[in-house]
Design a protein around this ligand. Sequence first.
Ligand SMILES: [Zn+2]
Length: 226
Amino acid sequence: MDASPDFVTLNYGTRQIATSRFYLARSPVFARFFASNPAARHMKIFGDVDEVALGHVLQYLQNDMVYPFFWTKATGFDYALYHRVHQQAEVLEIWDLTDWIQDQKYIGAIKTITEEVIEEIRPGQPARSVERQGDVELQQHIVTKVRYFHVCPRGTITHRTQRGIPILCGHKCTNRSDYDPGHFEEVPYVEVVTVTKRLVYDPNVCKRKADVDESETEVHEVAPDE
Ligand SMILES: [Zn+2]
């Protein structure tokens, strides 16, 4: 199992990980340690360790440097955990991770997309069911509205124009005693306004960009800390 000479175990708190030196050496602190302890295969971090936060930092080093994403729909971003991870990353001098957390870049990973659809239905008719995809928050508002139509005294269908549109009735209509330009036929209708709100996770925000300034691991010959 332990074939690779670059394979090390690291104990911290109650946890242990087995990983490669290559990943750990992305932290200058580990890189310096390896430089001064080239034969070290088993390492232990002494003292009080925030093992949850450190676990996330180590995962970041191992996981092709994908930034940690702490968010749930119910509770939102876990700022407290980001703060703890920031502290651990600072200790291990992983500056691109501390910068990423400091600048709250993670906030951009959740985007809200709002869509509004207005559908007209006849009074009493049920609204068309709205298709839901994924985790969608849906709000429907039902608005009753009225359209007004000009009433032609002769009942000519083409004269039945909506209020606001010039009247088409000619003299044959307007000369009649029952002609009333102020009388309108009321036609109620219902509008269903459906607002869908969708939360979208953009994983690219958590990907470390290749052009990020690599906090070059400085390997020094220093006295072993242990
Ligand atoms: Zn008319």
